[in-house]
Design a protein around this ligand. Sequence first.
Ligand SMILES: [Zn+2]
Length: 100
Amino acid sequence: MTDFHSSYAWQKARRVARIAARHTCERCGRFLPGKGELHVHHRKPVARSIALAFEPLNFSVLCPPCHNIVEPRTGTPKFGCDVDGKPLSEDHPWFLLGND
Ligand SMILES: [Zn+2]
C-alpha cells in the first residue's frame, strides 16, 4: 500500500487526524507536536478495507512506540489462520479476493 501512504490525500488526512487528536498519543497520552512524530494507524488495515482508508473513526493516532505495540513492524511473518479460518497475514491473497 505504498502508493496510498505516499498520496497527497493521505498526507492531508493524517495531518487533520493529528490535529484532531491534539497531537497526543491516544494510547499513552504523550504530547508530540512535531511534524511526523505521531503515526496515524488504521485500525482496520487499508489492504483489507479500502473503504475505511479515509474514515476518521478508523484512525488511531499513536506515538511510534505505541504504534509498534499495536501493529508490530518487526518480527516473524505471520503464518496460519485464526479461529475463523482467516489467514493471519494481512497480505494474504485471500483478502485481495474481497474476503473479510
Ligand atoms: Zn504512545
